[in-house]
Ligand binder design. Structure first.
Ligand code: CLF
Ligand code: SF4
Length: 522
């Protein structure tokens, strides 16, 4: 791993950033790809939009969906049930022994479930985790390649737990055939994985598809797939279903093409576009893993995401979760809810209790929102154009509340004198193991946040503190348990003041590596 990370930082040739590239898309105005407003109005990271940025009926659908609202993901949880084992296409980044790589991190699904088992599990989780608001079916194959199991699960769940939002993820090949079913069961959120709109690109990603009882290969397969994806997206938009497009960024194959995908899906009404890094290791046994196709670095991913701003709204907080994930994005509590454990649980689905708890969550979320606005209002001085990234250790609730040594990921915020924007996360190896700091883990953590100027934590030991300082990353524990944006903006104001008075010199940071593979359990 160490060697791979070093290679990712220094060995590969950097891709040409897309910022500033003009790409013409049929029927679409050319755009500079920067974050400035265009004909459509605003250039926001859409998933961070709030109540005032969208119609009330849309806000109702997204406000407590952790994937569709960046703000919500600090406070609300989702779960997946692995009821859909089959798939009707082959992606070069997937090995069926593993979870669907486009909606999950590599790792076998612990248990495949029948619809009855799945519903039992959802009820058990909902009674234990009242902030779990969304049930998604995202594999481990394709949700619509096993339609009976998928829709039977949704049907039963809708009857037993009507307050839980239903969410479905698909590669889109079978989607046009099931739009009526999707609407019938009030599935308000559908994710389609779209990696290309050009079959010449697609044939490098998809060796075959199985469609209408026949196997198609190469460019013909890719053409059918993209036609079906676009048709399905248009049909869902017409029916008022919110759609999110997942795209896997594959350097050298679809990196520059994703800008065209972004424009194409926006023009067909997609609500969000989630551009995710390819996960590719030889041990996963995927075609890309075995042929050495690398994933993007952190800056390559950010460059493509930034270039797509102003098109379809962007999601940047995806955790590429398992097909049986449970909990807040970034945590996985699926181990607590095996079928054996559920058998012995005293399960009571108490809707009122869930509502009461969610009211408290809403109050906490509002407090985070208000703290951010107050911190922004308090920023003084001129905007000198300085822009930095900071890493934040959090266990949720929108606060700086995790110890450095206990963090399995850091959230990354981009700061300017007038903004604090969530731009991603970085998985890391756990620094603290068995109660002691592991110095050999530190280089991999540094690699993961190497583009950051500071790391904000609840607490940090003397050793990692000194080593972080030595590589130019400022460890900051002065804002423990403060709301993240308030803490980050307050630190940034202090940083700029120290630069201004000559106490420190401002330097640009380098690139960072995206951690491949599994978390270590905390
Ligand atoms: Fe699951 Fe996907 Fe629904 Fe979310 S996940 S089916 S939309 S409830 Fe979310 Fe996980 Fe990313 Fe998917 S973080 S992989 S985007
Ligand atoms: Fe794998 Fe999902 Fe692609 Fe099917 S759609 S091959 S399950 S990544």
């Amino acid at each position: 791993m160490e060697i791979a990370l070093q290679d990712a930082l220094s060995g590969h040739s950097r891709l040409k950033p897309l910022n500033g590239i003009r790409v013409e898309v049929a029927g679409q105005p050319a755009s500079s790809g920067c974050g400035t407003t265009g004909g459509e109005g605003k250039a926001s990271c859409g998933s961070s939009d709030g109540q005032n940025d969208m119609p009330p009926e849309i806000w109702e659908k997204v406000k407590n969906h952790p994937c569709y609202s960046e703000e919500a993901h600090h406070h609300y949880a989702r779960m997946h049930v692995a009821v859909a084992p089959a798939c009707n296409i082959q992606c070069n980044y997937c090995n069926r022994k593993y979870d669907c790589s486009n909606e999950s991190r590599p790792g076998v699904v612990s248990q495949k479930l029948t619809p009855e088992q799945a519903v039992k599990k959802v009820i058990a989780v909902a009674s234990e985790i009242p902030q779990m608001t969304v049930l998604g079916i995202a594999g481990p194959g394709d949700a619509l390649a096993s339609p009976q199991k998928t829709f039977e699960t949704f049907r039963m769940l809708q009857e037993q737990a009507p307050d839980i939002k239903l969410c479905l993820s698909t590669n889109g090949l079978a989607l046009p055939d099931y739009v009526d079913e999707i609407c019938k069961y009030n599935i308000d959120h559908v994710t389609i994985t779209i990696n290309m709109i050009d079959a010449a690109v697609g044939e490098k990603i998809y060796p075959w598809i199985f469609y209408n009882h026949k196997r198609y290969y190469g460019r013909e397969a890719a053409q059918i797939l993209t036609d079906r994806q676009m048709l399905g997206l248009e049909m869902l938009t017409k029916r008022g279903v919110l759609t999110k497009i997942n795209s896997v960024l594959i350097p050298g194959i679809n990196d520059e093409h994703l800008y065209e995908v972004n424009r194409a899906v926006k023009s067909r009404g997609a609500f969000l576009h989630n551009i995710m890094p390819l996960i590719s290791e030889a041990e996963h046994g995927t075609v890309f893993g075995l042929t050495g196709q690398r994933g993007p670095s952190a800056q390559e991913l950010k460059d493509v995401q930034d270039a797509c701003m102003g098109g379809a709204n962007l999601m940047r907080h995806c955790r590429q979760c398992r097909a049986d994930a449970v909990g807040l994005l970034g945590e996985d509590r699926s181990d607590e809810f095996t079928l054996d454990q559920i058998e012995h649980m005293d399960v009571v689905y108490d809707l009122e209790k869930r509502r009461a708890y969610q009211e408290k969550v809403e109050a906490e979320r509002q407090a985070q929102h208000d703290a951010k606005q107050a911190a922004l209002a308090a920023q003084s001085g001129t905007d000198d154009g300085m822009k930095v990234l900071v890493a934040v250790a959090t266990t949720g609730g929108g606060k700086v509340n995790e110890h450095f040594g206990h963090a399995t990921e850091f959230q990354i915020f981009e700061l300017t004198p007038s903004s604090a924007t969530f731009v991603g996360h970085r998985r890391v190896d756990l620094y603290c193991q068995g109660g002691f700091g592991e110095d050999e883990q530190l280089p991999s953590i540094v690699n993961a946040i190497n583009d950051c100027h500071a790391v904000l934590v609840a607490k940090i030991g003397a050793c990692p503190r000194d080593e972080l300082k030595a590589v130019g990353i400022e460890p900051v524990d002065a804002y423990a348990h403060d709301f993240i944006e308030k803490a980050a903006l307050t630190w940034f104001a202090d940083y700029r003041a120290r630069v201004a008075n000559g106490e420190i010199a401002h330097r640009e940071r380098g690139d960072a590596a995206i951690r491949q593979g599994a978390f270590m359990a905390a």
